[in-house]
Design a protein around this ligand. Sequence first.
Ligand SMILES: Cc1cc2nc3c(=O)[nH]c(=O)nc-3n(C[C@H](O)[C@H](O)[C@H](O)COP(=O)(O)O)c2cc1C
Length: 197
Amino acid sequence: MIHETVVTTVTPEGKPHIAPMGVRQQGDTFLLMPFLPSATYDNVISTGCAVVNFTTDVRVFAGCVTGRRTWPTVAARHVRCVRLADTLAHAELRLASVEYDSQRPTLVMECVARCTNAPFTGLNRAQAAVIEGAVLISRLTMLPREKIDAELAYLSIAIGKTAGPRELQAWQWLMDAVHAFFARPAEADHVPTEEAL
Ligand SMILES: Cc1cc2nc3c(=O)[nH]c(=O)nc-3n(C[C@H](O)[C@H](O)[C@H](O)COP(=O)(O)O)c2cc1C
């Protein structure tokens, strides 16, 4: 099972970096699989730690894939890293080993602390739609336009029926990014690939 989370890391100088990432959990072991090149990967290799944030604030997911990468963070307690200031829960991780791969290595990380910061208030369809939309937007150059349009049209139903202010703002950022992408003259780099389908 993969959970869509927000991974926070720091550079060796302590500068925070925030990236949405799917993580696998096996007990106290977390597997992170960044595509290279990756700032997250570089930071984990340099510092040996990361924090996985479990948040329902989907603005962070939509924001990071549309260039809004700065979100408030606070220091983690058990590793020299940061967590999102506004996250329902988080897990503080130390690097245990690396399964090297030239495209997508696996960072095998051990959980040293799990913290709950706020109650989970339930599932929301618009939040799931924003996550799906954010994944689509991160693959704009790889997918055929018809697929993007069809999927966004379907996802927008859940937005219209169930979104709150955060989800509406996140969805708007995604829509702005899609419109800007297809308004560009250089559609030459829009080459659908089998893998992305
Ligand atoms: C829901 C979601 C899940 C993602 N999962 C991954 C992932 O598992 N691995 C990855 O490399 N990028 C993933 N991405 C894309 C990254 O967030 C994005 O490419 C980011 O910039 C990672 O690169 P970085 O480590 O250089 O920041 C995901 C994006 C979204 C919206």
